[in-house]
Design a protein around this ligand. Structure first.
Ligand code: 9MR
Length: 377
């Protein structure tokens, strides 16, 4: 009799636990739950977060996101400030933070013309190194860095921003000294260091037709040559009127047709006036501060906030439509206070780029995005 009773209670308890789980999934309360099974929801994190100091952002991260990428600490200038002298403290902390919080970890970025240390390209006399020497330096850097985190990082942005908006090659030192082959070599070195890691090409302003074609040509050639390139990262540095979502969709489809996973990377919006509409996300762009270009210091007017929320919703609609192609959507930060947008292309402005405000509270659109994800079958 006693046995029967306890069996009955076990059955009731199991039904209760099971139904509350399904209820939780049907009524998700967080971004990562709402989009579970569709795509990952990622965030770039800075060292304030990975060091444990920014507890308010950490709370949001744990609740809402299931993937992280290093905003800065894995760039070559940070990792290898001097030839052969590696500084891994912050990158190690970033990876440990991801492991402890059970998130998918993404590495950013191995080969990028920007934020590469000066020494990388020159010899002891200050002259450009030879092709062979630069290839060797790339190989040493990639092998050391990818090797260190082998098995811990799901994917690396192997090459960042190699193509100009018109589709031509960016005239970087890598390109000038090695030629276009530097892309293939970078991917091959990364694969050799961690054969199971996903390898991505990542770039901004991907909605431009020229850039779309340039990236498609480059990736097509690489894949035909048997180079392992698993995904393309479409940086989402947006504004209230860029990109045109039809053009963005065309690029998404074109990249997917190559057989690549598409990751939406670096998503954020500026609501501020731009001093020059054609700067994309070129980190070198820098304009002088003018008060008229910083209009929302005391808060965002409702009509502009609504435009921002509509843009976020339109983009997420597009991601949902192509959820079979999109693997991950990563915001370039967590809350507005720490967004790079406040300091680019003009230092010291007040922008409203992300999904969480300066008090780390969700903006009203977050609820709507959660509903959209939950309702989409
Ligand atoms: O958000 C990053 C900012 O904190 C850095 O100062 C800057 C230079 O390293 O890079 C920013 O992130 C860039 C990313 O690494 C590559 N795409 C463009 C991003 C915004 O500039």
């Amino acid at each position: 009799m006693k046995k029967m009773k306890s069996l009955k209670y076990t059955v009731i308890a199991t039904i209760f636990v099971f139904s509350s789980c399904t209820l939780k999934l049907r009524n998700p309360e967080t971004l990562k739950d709402a989009y579970a099974g569709k795509f990952l929801i990622g965030a770039a994190i800075n060292t304030g977060i990975s060091s444990g100091k920014d507890t308010a952002s950490i709370r949001v991260l744990k609740r809402e996101f299931n993937s992280i990428v290093a905003e800065n600490c894995m760039k070559s200038e940070n990792l290898q400030p001097e030839k052969g002298v590696f500084f891994f403290d912050e990158a190690d902390r970033f990876v440990k933070f991801g492991e402890e919080n059970n998130t998918v970890i993404i590495g950013h970025t191995l080969i990028w013309h920007s934020q590469a240390p000066q020494w990388f390209f020159i010899d002891e006399n200050g002259r450009d190194v030879s092709r062979e020497e630069l290839i060797q330096r790339m190989k040493d850097h990639i092998t050391t860095v990818v090797g260190r985190y082998k098995g811990k990082i799901r994917g690396w942005d192997v090459v960042n921003e190699a193509i100009e908006d018109d589709g031509s090659w960016r005239n970087s030192k890598f390109y000038r000294i090695i030629g276009e082959d530097y892309i293939r070599l970078a991917f091959e070195f990364a694969k050799a260091a961690d054969p199971d890691c996903e390898l991505y090409y990542n770039d901004y302003s991907m909605a431009h037709e020229g850039k779309r074609k340039g990236v498609v040509n480059m990736v097509e050639k690489l894949r035909k040559a048997g180079v392992k390139i698993d995904g393309i990262g479409m940086q989402g540095h947006c504004s209230l009127n860029f990109p045109d979502l039809n053009e963005f969709e065309k690029s998404l489809l074109a990249f997917s047709e190559l057989g690549c996973k598409v990751n939406i990377t670096e998503l954020d919006f500026t609501v501020l006036p731009t001093p020059n509409p054609s700067i994309g996300a070129d980190v070198l762009a820098n304009f002088e501060y003018q008060q008229s270009l910083n209009p929302y210091v005391d808060g965002l007017p409702e009509d502009v906030a609504n435009q921002l929320y509509e843009r976020y919703k339109d983009l997420f609609k597009l991601f949902l439509k192509h959820q079979d192609k999109v693997d991950r959507v990563t915001l370039w930060g967590i809350a507005d206070d720490a967004s790079w947008r406040n300091n680019w292309p003009i230092k010291g402005r007040t922008d409203y780029a992300l999904l969480f405000d300066r008090n780390h509270q969700p903006k009203p659109v977050v609820k709507e995005l959660i509903l959209m994800g939950a309702e989409d079958k």
